[in-house]
Write a protein that binds this ligand. Structure first.
Ligand code: ADP
Ligand code: MG
Length: 552
């Protein structure tokens, strides 16, 4: 998107195209973006409110999740959409901090508007925001606390803080524990001593019907199938053949035309097919395979032969699992039956779990772990899964980063303080923008307080005083309204997610500030029709301005 903004496109306007320039365009866009930010702000923090979203079909979603809200809001204003994109990127890249990112973008724009009113040029504001954002990243690192990747206590806190308010409240401790154990399992130490976390090795398998407390972590991966034949062994440690082609013979296909002149011919044909199937079974067994995992079907006769020879076979295994077996078992995936031989085999243990009707696959050379996540209903399981996925990302990020920060607004107040010091040395009008950035950061503690029913100004005054006294971890206890050491209290967040939230908020705000001309193609109105789709409670001008392509 930014690229599109940079060139100097030639714009040819139709007779009835509408155009908005400079201040008008800016204030129009800022209003739209702020409306979105305001819509999600009241959900920030553990005491944030939920939103009830009713779709045009009448489906009701009740959620506290910034991204979900924005996705469901069906916003059709291009500027507002940019802000929604911030949330999407934050969710994708960090897994948490979406509300923070969007609320910050809105606050930055609010403060920018005041500077614009004082005739400060947008370019100076943009530069100031960039300077401040870069500095803020460094300051977050500077105030972050180094952690030992094996410090499970801190990591559990990080997981719990992340899952707060995400519908997993009651089982937060159990789930946080599973998340931390899973991440531990896939963390390896790099040569330089840093920790590398490979979240790809963690699978989350969801099941409805039992309560959350039956959730657990198992080493290995799950293949959600049963043995192809009831007489096959159910637990095998040995060589595994992995196939993505059927174990059948060609002539059995339905489209083969057979002209049978006398019954003996048919008999011969059947015999020949049987021979081919037996040969194929022998060919597979010659490779030394103890287990056969096949993405496609396995002929009944071959299944029977395997069963008699004590070979375990599983047919119609999901493609994704077949591909995973390559890694887990160190096997090669066979797609041509002629290529079956010893060199293609992997090695591992398959254990059939009759109660759950699945195999657990383990091997020495893989770190794969599976979180079996249970919940009473689909709705519960889905909600838990979302929270758990976010927590996995965040705990993984904290381990990889090796640093965490104090939440409850503590890091924002501390970084704001440091940015104000830094602003003193910034010359020109940029200085005002750097200060405006610092003020915007304090939106987080103010909003946490307001959402919990405390006075935002009093809270901020107390927090600033504590930080002036050198208490870098002073944040808000949203349950008591007191200023506490939030790190001690276990409200701990990932520094990298916070860095990401701050920079993407600035990027979005700057994108909006760069626009000084809105040209709306004819037929699309700039006002009026935005009410059903737009952000509730926002300032006007949320109408559908579809034709943003030629905007500068
Ligand atoms: P986001 O989408 O930005 O993650 P959340 O609704 O999850 O928004 O709120 C995150 C904010 O809530 C962070 O600033 C975090 O420090 C704060 N927070 C989370 N748990 C607590 C708590 N127990 N006490 C105080 N603040 C908390
Ligand atoms: Mg969160």
């Amino acid at each position: 998107m930014s690229q599109r903004m940079q060139g100097q496109p030639m714009i040819v306007l139709g007779d009835d195209a509408e155009r908005m320039k400079d201040e008008d365009a800016q204030s129009h866009n800022i209003s739209a973006a702020r409306a979105v930010a305001e819509a999600v702000r009241s959900t920030l923090g553990p005491k944030g409110m939920d939103k009830m979203l009713v779709s045009s079909l009448g489906d009701v979603t009740i959620t506290n999740d910034g991204v979900t809200i924005l996705d469901e809001m069906d916003i059709d204003n291009p500027t507002a959409e940019m802000i929604v994109e911030v949330a999407d990127t934050q969710e994708e890249e960090a897994g948490d901090g979406t509300t923070t990112a969007v609320a910050l973008a809105g606050e930055l724009l609010k403060n920018a508007e005041e500077l614009l009113d004082q005739d400060i040029h947008p370019t100076a504001i943009i530069n100031g925001f960039d300077l401040a954002s870069e500095r803020a990243r460094d300051e977050i690192d500077a105030v972050a606390t180094e952690i030992d990747p094996e410090d499970t206590e801190v990591l559990r806190n990080v997981a719990e803080t992340c899952m707060t308010g995400k519908g997993s409240e009651i089982d937060k401790e159990l789930l946080a524990d599973l998340v931390v154990k899973a991440v531990e399992n896939v963390t390896v130490e790099a040569e330089d001593g840093s920790s590398v976390v490979d979240l790809e090795y963690i699978e989350v398998q969801t099941h409805e019907g039992k309560s959350v407390s039956n959730s657990h972590l198992l080493e290995g991966t799950i293949i959600d199938d049963e043995p192809a034949h009831e007489d096959m062994p159910t637990t095998v440690e040995g060589d595994v053949l992995v196939l993505n082609t059927p174990l059948e013979v060609q002539s059995a296909e339905a489209n083969t035309q057979l002209n049978v002149e006398d019954p003996s011919q048919l008999q011969k044909f059947v015999e020949r097919e049987e021979e081919q199937l037996r040969a194929l079974a022998e060919h597979v067994m010659d490779s030394g395979a103890d287990v056969v995992l096949c993405q496609k079907g396995i002929d009944d006769l071959i299944q029977h032969i395997f069963a008699k020879n004590g070979i375990l076979a599983v047919e119609r295994v999901k493609k994704s699992k077949i591909e995973l077996m390559k890694e887990v078992l160190d096997a090669r995936i066979v797609s041509n039956k002629d290529a079956i031989d010893e060199s293609m085999l992997g090695y591992g243990t398959l254990t059939f779990d009759a109660e759950n009707d699945w195999f657990v696959v383990e091997s020495e050379n893989s770190h794969n772990v599976t979180i079996v996540l249970r919940g009473t209903t689909e709705h519960v399981v889905d909600e838990l899964e979302r929270g758990m996925m976010d927590a996995l990302d965040i705990v993984g990020a904290a381990v990889a980063d090796g640093r965490v920060i104090a939440g409850g607004g503590a890091v924002e107040v501390e970084v704001a303080r440091r940015i104000r010091d830094y602003a003193d040395g910034v010359s020109g009008r940029e200085q005002l923008a750097v200060e405006a950035f610092a003020d915007a950061l304090e939106l987080v503690p103010r909003t946490l307080a307001a959402n919990a029913g405390y006075d935002p100004i009093d809270t901020l005054v107390d927090l600033r005083a504590a930080h002036e006294d050198g208490d870098e971890h002073a944040g808000l206890n949203v349950y008591s309204g007191d200023v506490v050491d939030t790190f001690e209290a276990g409200v701990i967040e990932s520094g990298s997610a916070k860095r990401h939230a701050m920079s993407s908020a600035v990027e979005a705000a700057n994108l909006v500030l760069k626009i000084d001309d809105i040209i709306t193609a004819s037929g699309l109105s700039t006002e009026g029709d935005g009410d059903e789709g737009g952000a509730p409670g926002g300032p006007g001008g949320m109408g559908g301005m579809g034709g943003m392509g030629g905007m500068m």
